[in-house]
Design a binder for this molecule. Structure first.
Ligand code: SF4
Length: 105
């Protein structure tokens, strides 16, 4: 595969799962502003604090899947979104996150 094609085919982990919780007016929480139909809904701030929702096992599982390149195991919308418009989690942040969980690269 040509280098430019490889670059286009490569999909990095999305920083949205770390950085951009979105809270709707009714309190529903999703992963990012791209998920306007709440396919990635992970909770509601009227029932649980945002920090608790954002640190939930579901979010952790989705982050783990993205770092492993298993995007189909991330949020339901993550497989179909326009991920190139979202931010990328840098290799340094991936390493730091893995290290914080005792995971090697
Ligand atoms: S991969 Fe897409 S849907 Fe998932 S958090 Fe990132 S921008 Fe949002």
């Amino acid at each position: 595969m040509a280098k430019s094609a490889q670059k286009l085919a490569f999909r990095p982990p999305c920083a949205g799962l770390w950085d951009t919780p979105m809270v709707q007016v009714n309190g529903d929480v999703t992963t990012c502003c791209l998920d306007e139909h709440l396919e990635n809904k992970v909770g509601n701030v009227n029932q649980n604090p945002l920090a608790e929702i954002w640190k939930s096992k579901t979010m952790d599982d989705w982050r783990t899947a993205q770092v492993a390149g298993r995007f189909e195991d991330s949020g339901p919308y993550c497989t179909r979104c326009n991920w190139r418009s979202a931010g990328t989690l840098s290799p340094e942040r991936v390493a730091a996150w893995q290290s914080s969980r005792g995971m090697g690269r």
